[in-house]
Design a protein around this ligand. Structure first.
Ligand SMILES: Cc1ncc(COP(=O)(O)O)c(C=O)c1O
Length: 396
């Protein structure tokens, strides 16, 4: 599994336990390694290349922009960022956009906005951010502290103050934790890294209500589940609530680094000139890619296809897993689906690679599937057949 000892891999930091694969090319749902082997990708580069690898419209937009203008900084306006911002705002409950380069930066910006808003509206003691156990919000110091998984925090102490974690879907604990110090409640509408766990509507309603009653902000981290992954542009559209702040990244530019933090006007106005910045934020090439992504999400039937193939994947997984004693549950929405095993499956991901499928495994026993939106039902069928072979071979 680990290629850390092979030249020239010795030059790369050992922060990832990588598979022994060197990918050289991608198109649509397919990737090819340096020996020419083909793989069906059920990861989309961890929810990034959602419209398929080397999506032609995105490639064209990037080529055209790269020949015109790479970068000018945020001292000036550029057309690509204005286009993306207007498309995000016109199709969401937000009024303004702050651009950055990754999910963690977007979360960091949301935390800073929540603190500033708390300071300005309710005083300096209002700085706490409540998040959920098993959540994942990224790898900066503030983001790992927001993340409700001690494994990401251990050894990096002292962690920034002002974060509280509560159990998922437990309204009572959220009520007890929310008070005059609470600047924000930050939630993933469906926990991604934590194992594809949706939040209940009743819980989201309670969070919205508590935020409204205390003056805290409701932040949705849609970095993994936004940009069409669940079948609507934003995941919140399939919930009964609207957040005050939305964090985006991953699928927004289909493979180029970008992040965005969206907020209502009355909230975003608390970040004035000089209060926050990013040199590369709103990079014209990344924004050109994002514009081409949004054009397809908003002006084609791709979101309907996500709903349809998502349901097909969900149903086929449920069918194959029914009567398979090692499976505890299948769950998901749109094209983020999971199969939870009752015991760890340490060989599953490598076994699937040998069969020509790239997948993600969370916590050792949750198979997480995030295929590109262009996946065909017959491609899903080949994967289901592989799972059946795995069952037969593993004797589980
Ligand atoms: C919900 C969520 N938030 C934040 C992040 C961090 O994003 P990035 O790796 O781009 O910093 C991730 C990444 O997996 C995520 O899934």
């Amino acid at each position: 599994m680990d290629t850390n000892t092979r030249k020239p891999f010795k030059y790369i930091a050992r922060t990832y336990a990588r598979f022994n694969l060197e990918i050289v090319r991608g198109y649509g749902t397919r990737l090819w390694d340096k020996d020419g082997r083909e793989y069906l990708d059920f990861t989309s580069g961890i929810a990034v290349c959602s419209l398929g690898h080397c999506n032609p419209a995105v490639v064209d937009a990037v080529r055209e922009q790269a020949g015109k203008l790479f970068h000018v900084s945020n001292l000036y306006w550029t057309e690509p960022q204005l286009k993306v911002a207007s498309m995000l705002v016109e199709n969401s409950c937000a009024d303004r956009v702050f651009f950055c380069n990754s999910g963690a930066e977007s979360v960091e910006a949301a935390i800073k906005l929540a603190r500033k808003y708390g300071h300005d509206t309710r005083g300096p003691d209002c700085y706490e951010v409540i998040t959920l156990q098993d959540s994942f919000h990224g790898r900066t110091l503030a983001a790992i502290t927001a993340t409700g998984q001690p494994v990401y925090q251990r050894g990096f102490e002292p962690l920034p103050a002002g974060f509280t974690h509560v159990p998922r879907n437990d309204i009572r604990s959220l009520k007890l934790a929310t008070g005059k110090r609470t600047a924000a409640i930050m939630l993933e509408p469906i926990q991604g890294e934590g194992g594809v766990r949706p939040l209940d509507d009743a819980y989201l309603n309670a969070a919205r209500d508590l935020a409204d009653r205390t003056g805290a902000l409701l932040i949705f981290d849609e970095i993994q589940v936004g940009m069409g992954r669940t079948g609507t542009l934003f995941a919140y559209e399939q919930t009964p609530v609207k957040p005050d702040v939305i964090c985006l990244a991953k699928g927004l530019a289909n493979g180029l680094p970008i992040g965005a933090m969206l907020a209502r006007e009355s909230v975003m106005e608390h970040l004035g000139p000089g209060s926050h910045a990013s040199t590369f934020g709103a990079n014209p090439v990344a924004c050109a890619a994002a514009g081409a992504v949004l054009d397809q999400l908003l002006h084609t039937d791709i979101l309907e296809k996500v709903k349809d193939t998502g349901k097909y994947l969900h149903d086929r997984l449920a069918e194959v897993c029914r009567g398979w004693p090692a499976i505890r549950e299948t769950r998901g929405r749109g094209l983020i689906q999971a199969v939870e095993f009752s015991v760890p499956q340490p060989n599953l991901a490598n076994w699937l690679i040998q069969e020509g499928f790239l997948t993600l495994v969370a916590n050792g026993r949750i198979l997480r599937l995030l295929p590109p939106f262009v996946i065909e039902k017959k491609e899903i069928d080949t994967f289901i057949q592989a799972l059946e072979r795995y069952r037969a071979e593993s004797g589980s």
